[in-house]
Design a protein around this ligand. Sequence first.
Ligand SMILES: [Zn+2]
Ligand SMILES: [Zn+2]
Length: 347
Amino acid sequence: MRRLPIFLVIDVSESMMGDNLRLMQEGMDQLTRSLRQDPYALEMAYLSVIAFAGQVKTLAPLTELISFYPPRLPLGAGSSIGKALNYTMDEIQRQVVCGSATQKGDFKPVVFLMSDGGSTDATEMAVAKWERQFKNKATLVSLGIGPYAQLSFLSAISEQVLRLEQCSEQDFKQFIAWISASVSSRSRSIGLSQEVDVGVDLEKPHHPMLTLVKTLQDAVGIDENYVILSGLCQTSKLPYLMKYEKLAAEYQSSYDEAQYQFTGVYAAQKDYFEWSDERQNFNTIHVGALSGGCGCPHCGAAYAFATCSCGQIFCVEGDGEVQCPGCEKYVYMGHSDGDYEVTRSRG
Ligand SMILES: [Zn+2]
Ligand SMILES: [Zn+2]
């Protein structure tokens, strides 16, 4: 049985928090459902899901469609595309069966790499290795999600580098439908020809409003559009993420310092740390640049933005003495003038 291996390599960095992560989660269900209705795909397509943030792991090994269940997507700090590429090459080597004198191997695998940002680690070595050893063995399709994706550095090794410009529910569904149609048409053409090396027959997107097929131009000023801060719940010791988005130019005050408005909080799970980049982060922001806030999404404490001198952000109910869940020292909480720096997460 010759398989058509499909690897979904998905960015689960913090910038995906909220709608993008939910749409991606639902998108995997949609993809599985629609491929199961295609007899060619059902017969030969095998799906694997690899997720990456600061760390990379396999969430689902290559599995035939009929028994594939979309895994829950985690979230972590960092977006290590270099690490993700290296890991994917190892997985291809481990899981894809090569042809030999006695058996026909698997069909050429297709890798869909999806990210909404740029890489936070070095990528040159991984890109060079792919170009040398994998360019003829696997088809890489690089998909930028949203306006801040920066994936043009993958263009030398990708069959296509595309961008989904808008991340509305509707556009995202069409984006997933396009991936599904590409897998279907490839299954059909190799099903009919039985050739390993059929050319890439990615579907042409049918919807002109979906500006998916466009040479990906890197976004400008990516980091400055939002700020993500991570905190720890004092009660549950679970992490949470607060997102601040940059105010539009007409709402910016006359200071030099750009102003950010609170837009949402995400209750992360324990595995957040396992997925995060371990390198120390020196990226900070002045608290005075941030406005708005929220309560703790885990325990319901009134303020999620208490800070300790160790740098930890955590939740508190009000003024008084509390134990910092980061360094475990006791600190007195009172009002501050907002004139200090806090550590930004990697996004
Ligand atoms: Zn809490
Ligand atoms: Zn502390």
